[in-house]
Design a binder for this molecule. Structure first.
Ligand SMILES: Nc1ncnc2c1ncn2[C@@H]1O[C@H](COP(=O)(O)OP(=O)(O)OP(=O)(O)O)[C@@H](O)[C@H]1O
Ligand SMILES: [Mg+2]
Length: 293
């Protein structure tokens, strides 16, 4: 990889939760900053777990007007705190570029990023009702012979493969493309979010080789998250390889504009690595009746 690629390598993440009091500070501060939306209403932290940020390492939380009425019923904001302004701005900017390129993303509110002293910088997005992530499909529940496998597993996997190819063909590397970071909106369309580490082929002036290396890495992160979720846990390595090839790699290849044959090598390598990971997991879970979760 070139110097440029090394510079773009992503920093490691850490869990970064706010306390209840800190979330309240965010809500109070944003009550003023989001006046145009709230019409003077005080914002408070939404206490319901059902809004769905259980996958969040940043402890995404939601705020809403204290007094709910018909007019503001849908006014709920997602808040994601970053310590570094650059990270927050990068996520915001990446969502905007992805949107310009025709992808559905979470919708930033106002300027998108708000400084909240001394906590850092909060990215505010409009709450997207019924957003689900691909993490929550029953990846380990259905095996190939089961009737529901096609509908519940193979079809979503094919959609993920096609979507990943469309994203890469638009020059977008998501940067953390695990199942938990692939969204699906109410209409079933894919939704992009968590783009703090996104890289753009043109914006970041990547040459062909670097870009394809990132593509290969992204595919491998995706496949590895499937292993972690127990995809075809009870099936043989042969079936695992066949299904991954037929339902993820083939739809990817049918939808990509990338023609470099090295892509096929990267795909094979990601499957080979997945098989090794799977063997390790099987050994680790042997005799426990347990499954990756
Ligand atoms: N505006 C929103 N509307 C609905 N759900 C949201 C919204 N913002 C965030 N979420 C939920 O919060 C979760 C976490 O968001 P995101 O992935 O951006 O945070 P994260 O903490 O960076 O996650 P990771 O653990 O991958 O680092 C998402 O899976 C999504 O379900
Ligand atoms: Mg995430």
């Amino acid at each position: 990889m070139s110097e440029k690629t090394k510079i773009l390598e992503k920093p490691s993440r850490e869990r970064d939760a706010l306390t209840v009091e800190e979330k309240e500070i965010v809500a109070r501060t944003l009550s003023h900053r989001l006046n145009a939306y709230t019409k003077g209403q005080t914002l408070v932290v939404n206490q319901a777990q059902s809004l769905g940020a259980s996958d969040s390492a940043h402890d995404v939380f939601f705020i809403q007007p204290e007094l709910r009425d018909r007019a503001n019923k849908r006014l709920i904001f997602g808040c994601k705190r970053f310590r570094r302004l650059e990270s927050a701005e990068h996520e915001l900017g990446s969502m905007r570029i992805a949107q310009e390129r025709g992808f559905t993303t979470l919708q930033p509110v106002g300027n998108g990023v708000f400084p909240i002293e001394p906590l850092g910088h909060v990215l505010v997005t409009k709450h997207m009702p019924r957003l689900v992530t691909m993490n929550h499909l029953g990846w380990s529940d259905f095996f190939v012979g089961k009737e529901e496998y096609r509908r519940r597993i193979a079809t979503p996997l094919q959609q993920i493969g096609a979507f990943t190819a469309q994203m890469h063909s638009a020059g977008i590397i998501h940067g953390d493309f695990q199942l938990k970071n692939i969204g699906q909106g109410q209409s079933g369309d894919p939704v992009l979010f968590d783009m703090e580490d996104a890289i753009f082929r043109d914006e970041d002036s990547l040459d062909e080789i670097d870009f394809i290396s990132y593509v290969g890495e992204e595919i491998s992160v995706l496949v590895s998250s499937l292993v972690d979720r127990g995809f075809l846990w009870h099936s043989t390595d042969h079936v695992f390889r066949e299904e991954l090839t037929g339902n993820l790699m083939d739809p990817y290849l049918a939808n990509t504009s990338i023609t470099d044959p090295i892509l096929l090598d990267f795909m094979q390598r990601s499957i080979d690595n997945a098989l090794l990971d799977r063997q390790h997991l099987h050994t680790a879970f042997a005799g426990t009746n347990g499954l990756p979760s």
